[in-house]
Write a protein that binds this ligand. Structure first.
Ligand code: PAD
Ligand code: ZN
Length: 373
């Protein structure tokens, strides 16, 4: 076993899926990506499973900024195989979930109880490349890059989990589940008996539906235009599932026209944000979970903002305190309240990652998980 701080295995090549250019419709799967030298305060993780999130697609099409070339993937779990100098919180052999927005625990945001807003590591994604190719930097999406066999992250970007949690289940906690359930628990704080609307039933939306059910929502209306998504939404706790065209009459029927107590937009578009806001009751809360384009403007009239007295807010990473919330998600999974197995509708290998984006866009899947042998 290498000593702490040793660089015994760095410099070797790993298989990884690389985005070369923004706007490219596919990732390049190659074997010549080197893991950067392990420096102090970081750990090397052997990735065992990684979910495929819509945000990966959004990095490809330029919605989410990512420096290129970059290894994409940010929803991963694996085993710590090497630790850098000064790392005491983790040891070789630990099982971890990768966190794409590490929380330092020391900055003003962390100290103020808003660790999800921690900026300590944010710019590292653009300056601190975890990979190399021919001596040139290869970045990692959001400072992660889980579409790779090995990955180097700061110790705060890896959260230890129990050894008996399957890696595919653990990987989902790293983004989609934390974000969707966290939007309900932490951002909206949905109360028992509430009427909840969830627009968009992908991995994140289905997680929000599960979170609403756990929170005791009495009515959970799911909206998607894909028929199969509506079926799945009901299996995961939606009391009603409708197409966008059916929403207005459903809202009228279920809330006497008043609107929902909480509405979650889980698509990332101005029109669905508007739809969520319009279907929120006066005094209710609209939560923007989806990540939309920087130039996709949403407009609100000066009068309606006053009159509706609605809370309109975003949620970054499910407003998570990851050291509290990753274990919390897994406790709910163990208790049988959060169905994570059921969310994995397709398993694949890294070589099929481009096909995963096709399936995601066709609406054929909830979550796809890539596993590494
Ligand atoms: P997904 O592609 O698996 O699911 C999106 C769903 O929305 C699909 O079922 C679509 O059919 C549906 N949809 C698309 N357009 C509409 C529409 N007009 N009306 C109703 N339904 C529609 O994506 P996902 O679940 O992986 O991610 C969803 C969003 O959440 C996406 O924008 C992603 O970038 C964002 C996200 N945000 C955070 C965060 O920190 N806030 C974290 C992770 C993902
Ligand atoms: Zn994600």
């Amino acid at each position: 076993m290498p000593e702490a701080g040793a660089v015994a295995e760095t410099g070797r090549s790993v298989r990884a899926a690389v985005l070369h250019e923004i706007g490219s419709s596919s990732l390049d799967i190659r074997d010549d990506i080197e893991v950067a030298p392990l420096t102090a305060g970081k750990v090397r993780i052997k990735i065992k499973a990684t979910g495929v999130c819509h945000s990966d697609l959004s990095a490809m099409n330029g919605t989410i900024p990512v420096p290129v070339p970059a290894v994409l993937g940010h929803e991963g779990a694996g085993e710590v195989v090497e630790i850098g100098a000064g790392v005491t919180e983790l040891a070789v052999g630990d099982h971890v979930v990768v966190c794409w927005s590490p929380q330092c625990g020391r900055c003003t945001d962390c100290a103020n109880g808003k660790p999800h807003l921690c900026m300590t590591y944010m710019m590292n994604a653009f300056t601190d490349a975890p990979f190399l190719r021919d001596g040139q930097s290869v970045f990692g999406m959001a400072g992660a890059g889980t579409f790779a066999e090995d990955l180097i992250v700061p110790v705060d970007g890896a959260i230890k989990i129990d050894d008996d949690v399957p890696y595919d289940i653990a990987s989902l906690v790293g983004c989609g589940v934390m974000t969707g359930v966290g939007a309900v628990f932490n951002a909206a704080r949905v109360e028992p008996g509430s009427a909840v609307l969830v627009i968009g039933c992908g991995g994140v939306g289905i997680s929000a539906i599960q979170g609403a059910k756990i929170s005791g929502a009495a009515t959970i209306v799911a909206v998607d235009m894909v028929e199969q998504k509506l079926e799945w939404a009901k299996q995961f706790g939606a009391t009603h599932a409708v197409t966008p065209g059916q929403l207005q009459s459903t809202m009228g029927l279920l809330t006497a026209g008043a609107g929902f107590d909480y509405a979650f937009e889980v698509v990332g578009r101005s029109d669905t944000i508007r739809m969520a806001y319009d279907n929120t009751r006066r005094g209710g809360t609209t939560v923007v979970v989806g990540v939309g384009k920087a130039d996709d403007m949403v407009s609100f009239s000066a009068f309606e903002l006053f009159y509706g007295e609605k809370t309109l807010r975003g949620t970054y990473y499910g407003t998570a305190n990851i050291r509290r919330d990753f274990p919390r998600m897994l406790k709910l999974w163990r208790a049988g309240q959060l169905d994570l197995e059921g969310m994995i509708t397709r398993r694949l290998k890294l070589d099929d990652v481009n096909d995963a984006f096709t399936a995601m866009q066709a609406g054929d899947v909830i979550r796809q998980v890539i596993t590494f042998d």
